[in-house]
Design a protein around this ligand. Sequence first.
Ligand code: NI
Length: 174
Amino acid sequence: MALLNILRYPDPRLHKVAKPVTEFGERLHQLVEDMAETMYDAPGVGLAATQVDVHERVVVIDVTEDKSRLMVFVNPEIVWASPEKQVYDEGCLSVPGIYDGVERPARVKVRAVDQHNVPFEVEADGLLAVCIQHEMDHLMGKVFVEYLSPLKRNRIKTKLQKEERELQREGRHA
Ligand code: NI
């Protein structure tokens, strides 16, 4: 088990498009374990492989209060999205300290396999629906701040770049 380094916006590697997983061996199992550990440690409710600089279609999510239900999505696809939308104040481990409203379909149906290549489907609403769509955007190289106005996005970029320089100056950067 290991904690992985989470890329911070505006790192250009967050915009890489992830490839489908084709091998379901030990390397994938280790990646899933490490991603789950990293997500729980952060703490966060979801993490996409893109955020730890692995550009494969892997997402881990746990939206429960007591961290009791880890969900592993490999090669996820949204097969249905509701016409009704909801706005939710989203945050992201790659955009620390920033929260803002994003409008997305309120319910989605997702088809995926788990880390053992066993297929499953989930119909999600509420926070889980938000989280699945947010993490699947990461796999396409999209960060939630891209839904915000250019003005807001530039403010966020400037703020995080300044923080990054301060962290590096203090030598605390992982
Ligand atoms: Ni995120």
